[in-house]
Design a protein around this ligand. Sequence first.
Ligand SMILES: Nc1ncnc2c1ncn2[C@@H]1O[C@H](COP(=O)(O)OP(=O)(O)OP(=O)(O)O)[C@@H](O)[C@H]1O
Ligand code: NI
Length: 341
Amino acid sequence: MSAPRAATAPATVLSVRDLSVRFRMRGGRHVAAVTSATFDLAAGECLALVGESGCGKSVLASALLGLLPGNAQTAGTATVDGVELLGAGERTLATSVRGRRVGLVPQSPAAHLTPVRTVRAHLEETLRELAGTPRRQVRAAAVAAAERAAFPADHLDRYPHELSGGLAQRAATALALIGDAPLLLADEPTTGLDRDLVNHTADELRRHVRHVTDGTAGRALLMITHDLVAAERIADRVAVMYAGRIVEISRAADFFGGPGPRHPYARGLLAALPERDFVPIPGLPPELGDLPPGCAFAARCDRATDRCAGVPDFTGGLACHHPSPGPVPGAAAVRGSATHA
Ligand SMILES: Nc1ncnc2c1ncn2[C@@H]1O[C@H](COP(=O)(O)OP(=O)(O)OP(=O)(O)O)[C@@H](O)[C@H]1O
Ligand code: NI
């Protein structure tokens, strides 16, 4: 069943402008982990952030959570629900950002949970902390919180090591949902899971984004992954990151459908999939501590010319001097109605 089209555009939950993160290293060197990232994310929307290992995805997520290490320098802005995240003090981050405005679905849920405490204890503590649930209601609230993430009530008294990967994921998701944060951030939520569980986890996350219980448009989800199959299953839009920069943001229907992405790197990522051409992109990404001038992908790109000696601007969702032709105007609306039907 397709969702009815909203009469008004859904509210912007996350707004990132020119976000850059550099790490200061010994000897005056620096690592440009994220450079000039700009994107918005609306309620009810899932954006998949994809790209090869080490391209800066997790650093971007850490910046949004205020969890960067001490040697990080940031520039730009990132607001969630009206609160500026960059430069926010630890107190603001602790009392009004983490868990309350940004819920984190962690990369390895089992490691994120405290080994000596049961799932019930985790849920009850988070309920008291984030939701201020009174003591006599906390037991019932924990059961309800577990149910929300399809975590079985008869496993509530288990310890993290007694959970399967899928159940640990659900426990972590239940915790991430407790603060009713408008933005959910999931960093590699499907790593290490088999394909069935990947699909299941993706569908569950999707449900938490779309879930319309009170007439609101739901949450926004930023899902970091290098699993394009999971991204296709869940995302409304796809942002492709290369060497610290977002090089293309497109509608998932365009990215995975007919015209495909326009940036040669994004096209290469898709072509490398075993389900597609199974042809890897030649070469390796550059070191973020030693980026070439100009387009960082030029050395691996079969479309590169002299123009690529200059960094391409990010305009219209694309940063490339020689993109492939875009989708045919007018065809988008037809294709769009078929997504997530
Ligand atoms: N504290 C730090 N000091 C210096 N460099 C760092 C620090 N943390 C991360 N980096 C560097 O920043 C770059 C981006 O790392 P990041 O973890 O964001 O990659 P990623 O895209 O999430 O990769 P993966 O898919 O493997 O998780 C890497 O080159 C990494 O070495
Ligand atoms: Ni990462």
